[in-house]
Design a protein around this ligand. Structure first.
Ligand SMILES: Cc1ncc(C[n+]2csc(CCOP(=O)(O)OP(=O)(O)O)c2C)c(N)n1
Ligand SMILES: CC(=O)[C@@H](O)[C@H](O)COP(=O)(O)O
Ligand SMILES: [Mg+2]
Length: 650
């Protein structure tokens, strides 16, 4: 049995010797490389927190002491040490989540994978303990990248105000988000890193002097005081100390003894204290350390020796299609600029940055700032393209509404990972954008169905200079082209039947699914028209008269059913006094457990078979209710009923 296998919970760490701890760290790294290579996941971040996590669980008594993780992608080691060592289905259906999960363990608190929230959680938990007179430490682990998020500073402002409220912040400083972390904060952390001589001197002094307990301690405390004075005199006064936090560090985050010593000092401090740990993302795995892009931040299924991708070869991604087209647009228009929130390559702006280094900005993990600065860029005469993952735009809703849209700024938002992403769990699905953004006046939303449409709609979007525009596409390979056979208004007709009864409105990548459903329905003698609106907001005026020629309208979207495109279509038909039932097919108002995208789509019924079956049932109910063609079908769950106001009754 390996030492790692003998660890059933954090208590089993306490008795390990220094040599055993070193061996355990090696075993954990070896486990991570092989397990994550088998399933895919966050390898670099977790290789960087092996010793840090061991030290945390040796010094603190989780779960009585709460250890909180920012973003949570670096919690694999925490899982290994808290009784979860079966990584065979990591991020897979029924397997371990890739993030902390309360359902999995009492040691887990924050489940969402959105960065920069941990200090807020810690502030709240610490206040709750103080109010209730509860004992136990609150420890928040935050990365240098997550520290670039505004919410982290909102929390720090509150934490630093309460000098009497114990709270331990551990900064996991590996100098990277994906790429090297940007900004003044990163520069400040670098400055603090250069003052590590004092810590080394202090550590030496502590070892030598504390071996002579009486004299040593006195001298050590005197030295410590001198060190503070010396540091104040000659070293940059830490931003954190200026705020009112006790600063300990920088500490070698791969030296378990040093980290434990700093954490034990932090434990004794009756107020907020920040322990600055220096770590290496990808530590101990040469291919990760050599990976300049992101030190193997996230890896797919791969051979751990050669790092060659394993599993089915994916075709070109939506991201790559966007990445190529935005460069072409950039060549033609020098007013087009780009913004990323610490994800230059993941959102496909890498080539744009190579070609136009002065026209792209990484703002850190700061989507709100990305949106507001885009409003400034647009007002200044440029056309910014803000590329983020769909789920992360949630936090910039107000900035999109009140800074970009209110001022009619020509800003284009490009949402990658829209719809069901799957393996990253409930907080990563890009399932809310076409619902929350429906209410933004003037915003135009496009959902391309294939690569050609992505290119075309991106060009249409950047051509708009007096309103925000937005494109959204999923995390997967781009499928084959889906040609239009006709056009009605601005609607692309993808399929038309001789005697159409059902109008299928296919939103973006749901086009092939709708064509599949139409084929199944026509096999049952039910004629279908399939249209792709391309721009789903505002609803094209041509839709209402087209719908009026059908018995039922079905809107299919890879977005929440609530207040999505389906609801917008129902409203538009009502406004046009077209009394045809609308069935909305989308993601139910639930948080979706982690699984592959295809598995989740099947589970929620976004498949041709499911959609065809439910439409067919709807029509049958309508017939039983004696509806005539063009009149409302019977009541169905989830139908958007169009309640027609009596003449004059408004
Ligand atoms: C709001 C938000 N934006 C973007 C991301 C994507 N993301 C996940 S991890 C990461 C980098 C985090 O860097 P850091 O906090 O330093 O942690 P490290 O990976 O270095 O351990 C980013 C940008 C996110 N999770 N949340
Ligand atoms: C934790 C986080 O937010 C990112 O690392 C995310 O997991 C990456 O997702 P993709 O793998 O889809 O790029
Ligand atoms: Mg980092």
């Amino acid at each position: 049995m390996t030492i790692l296998e003998s660890i059933r919970g954090p208590r089993d760490l306490k008795a390990l010797s220094e040599a055993e701890l070193g061996e355990l760290s090696e075993e954990i790294r070896d486990f991570l490389v092989h397990a994550v290579a088998r399933t895919g996941g966050h390898l670099g971040p977790n290789l960087g927190v092996v010793e840090l996590t061991v030290a945390l669980h040796r010094v603190f008594e989780s779960p009585a002491d709460r250890i909180l993780w920012d973003t949570g992608h670096q919690s694999y080691v925490h899982k290994l040490l808290t009784g979860r060592q079966d990584f065979s289905k990591l991020r897979g259906k029924g397997g371990l989540s890739g993030y902390p999960s309360r359902e999995e363990s009492e040691h887990d608190v924050i489940e969402n994978s959105h960065a920069s929230t941990v200090l807020g959680w810690a502030d709240g938990l610490a206040k709750a303990r103080q109010v209730q007179g509860e004992r136990g430490h609150v420890v928040a682990v935050i990365g240098d990248g997550a520290l670039t998020g505004g919410m982290a500073w909102e929390a720090l402002n509150n934490i630093a105000a309460a000098r009497d409220r114990p709270l331990i912040i551990v900064v996991n400083d590996n100098e990277r988000s994906y790429a090297p972390t940007i900004g003044g904060l990163a520069n400040h952390l670098a400055t603090l890193r250069t003052t590590d001589g004092y810590e080394r001197m202090l550590a030496w002094g502590k070892d030598v002097l504390q071996r002579t307990p009486v004299v040593g301690n006195t001298v050590y405390e005197a030295l410590h005081g001198a060190k503070k004075g010396f540091k104040d005199a000659f070293a940059p006064q830490g931003l954190f100390e200026d705020l009112g936090l006790k600063y300990l560090g920088p500490i070698d985050g791969h030296d378990i003894g040093a980290v434990e010593s700093a954490l034990r000092r932090a434990k004794r401090f009756h107020g907020p204290v920040l322990v600055h740990c220096l770590t290496q993302k990808g530590r101990g795995y040469e291919p990760a350390l050599r990976d300049e892009a992101d030190h193997f931040h996230t890896v797919g299924v791969m051979d751990p020796l050669t790092c060659a991708p394993l599993g089915p070869a994916n075709g070109p991604s939506w991201t790559s299609v966007f990445g190529e087209e935005i460069v072409r647009i950039g060549e033609e228009r020098d007013d087009v600029v780009a913004i990323t929130a610490a994800m230059l390559h993941p959102v496909g702006l890498g080539r744009f940055a190579e070609r136009f280094p002065d026209r792209v900005w990484d703002v850190g993990i700061a989507e709100q700032h990305a949106a507001v600065s885009a409003a400034g860029l647009a007002t200044g005469g440029l056309h910014p393209v803000v590329a983020v993952y769909a789920t992360f735009l949630n936090r910039a809703f107000d900035q999109l509404l009140m800074d970009v849209a209110l001022h009619r700024c020509g800003v284009t938002f490009v949402l990658d990972r829209a719809g069901v992403t799957g393996v990253d769990g409930p907080s990563h699905n890009g399932m809310w954008d076409m619902s929350v953004l429906q209410v933004v006046p003037g915003l135009r939303i496009a959902a391309p169905r294939d690569a050609d449409q992505l290119r075309a709609q991106l060009r249409e979007a950047v051509a708009v200079d007096d309103a925000p525009t937005l494109l959204r596409f999923p995390k997967e390979s781009v499928g084959p082209a889906v040609p239009a056979v006709d056009r009605v208004g601005a609607l692309d007709v993808l399929h038309a039947a001789d005697r159409p009864e059902v109008l299928l409105v296919a939103v973006g990548v749901m086009a092939p699914v709708c064509l599949g459903a139409a084929e199944l329905l026509e096999a049952r003698g039910i004629g279908c028209t399939v249209v792709d609106p391309r721009w789903v907001k505002p609803v094209d005026p041509a839709l209402a008269p087209l719908a009026a020629r059908h018995r039922l309208v079905a809107v299919v979207e890879d977005n929440s059913r609530a207040a999505g495109v389906g609801s917008a279509v129902a409203l538009a038909l009502g406004d046009a006094e077209v009394d045809v039932p609308v069935r909305r097919f989308g993601i139910p108002e639930q948080f979706l457990a982690h699984a592959k995208r295809a598995e989740v789509l099947a589970d929620i019924g976004l498949t041709p078979v499911e959609i065809a079956g439910r439409i067919s049932a709807s029509l049958a109910v309508g017939e039983r209710a004696g509806e005539r063609a063009g009149e409302p079908a019977g009541e169905q769950p989830g139908d958007e009923r169009i309640v027609m106001p009596a003449q004059g009754e408004y």
